[in-house]
Design a protein around this ligand. Structure first.
Ligand code: AMP
Length: 309
């Protein structure tokens, strides 16, 4: 089942207490597609500039990601983000954001891309997310991610696009901020009232919570001893989650058990992503490693199997 993602394709400069990288490949759509590529065919939509070369394309194509809809803007510069983290790796501090070619990007999608069944609007300006959403009229299921920058500065556009999607992935602070409601459960329910039937609250090293209808499911993060760079964890989570759901097809979307498995794959992909900087770890990951960690996480959290219950 094909899965299309629009979002940032970027160069990131990142500093954490455990190291630093300058201008490494990043971006919400890149982290998402690499994670989702282990489950289904992924097409990535977005512009890049002259500074985006063969090495960057190769990271994506090596994982089988379809790059036909990456538009090279002659004379342009690729989106750039620089940020840092302190010992609390759950909070990213942005130093600089340069939109570059995203400034006036006008997506022109092929008919194949427009007819995708699964769509992910990764973090980028909400007006651009809406434009792509409106072009993909056949999408049976659309997910969306965003961030404080757009909640703060582009609330109206964000509300509009959120009204058109089925699933919202946001971290817990962003859900509270967007809903203007300090209680996470009430905040998630108020986002659901705007349209999306599913809300996933990402909670960094503490895991993630799934709200669907009146059901709730929470999963801890995989307990890692080494975390170097959390950049892209949220996108990798979304990629694992939606990649898995897309591999099953639209019928699985009402299946609670499958949504819980998707949460587990999301958590596993996010855990690999943070072990090293940028895309380094996921670029050389294998499906066998994913499945081994998936089984381990399931074993760790099998509360229902406790003897005597
Ligand atoms: P996350 O999963 O939230 O850690 O996403 C990290 C990625 O988001 C980085 O690779 C950045 O390139 C990208 N990013 C940071 N700020 C923005 C923004 N304003 N719009 C789109 N993408 C961004």
């Amino acid at each position: 089942m094909s899965l299309v993602v629009v979002g940032s394709i970027a160069f990131d400069s990142v500093k954490t207490p455990f190291g630093e990288r300058k201008r490494m490949l990043g971006g919400s759509a890149v982290h998402f597609s690499l994670a989702a590529s282990f489950f289904t065919e992924v097409r990535v939509v977005g512009p890049v500039g002259d500074d985006f070369g063969d090495d960057e394309y190769e990271v994506l194509t090596k994982r089988g990601v379809n790059t036909d809809e990456i538009e090279h803007v002659e004379g342009g510069k690729t989106f750039f983000w620089s940020g840092n983290y302190h010992y609390d790796l759950n909070t990213a501090y942005t130093n600089e954001t340069e939109l570059g070619v995203f400034g006036d990007f006008d997506p022109k999608l092929s008919d194949d891309t427009k007819s995708a069944e699964f769509l992910f609007l990764a973090n980028i300006h909400p007006a651009l997310q809406l434009k792509v959403r409106e072009m993909c009229v056949d999408a049976a299921f659309t997910g969306l991610d965003s961030m404080n920058l757009w909640i703060d500065g582009e609330r109206e556009a964000l509300e509009k696009v959120i009204g058109t999607v089925d699933l919202v992935f946001l971290n817990d602070a962003e859900i509270r901020m967007f809903a203007r409601e300090p209680n996470l459960v009430r905040a998630a329910r108020s986002v659901m009232k705007m349209g999306p039937g599913v809300v996933v609250a990402k909670q960094g090293e503490y895991g993630a919570s799934l709200f669907v209808g009146d059901r709730f499911f929470a999963l801890p993060a995989f307990p890692l001893e080494t975390v170097q760079d959390p950049t892209g964890a949220g996108d990798s989570f979304a990629g694992g989650f939606l990649g898995y759901m897309a591999s099953l097809g639209a019928e699985a979307l009402s299946d609670q058990a499958q949504l819980r498995r998707a949460m587990t794959y999301g958590s596993v992909l996010a855990s690999f992503n943070v072990e090293e900087f940028g895309t380094e770890r996921v670029a050389r990951l294998t499906r066998e490693e994913i499945d081994a960690r998936y089984s381990e996480l399931r074993r760790m959290t099998a509360l229902a199997e406790l003897p005597g219950d």
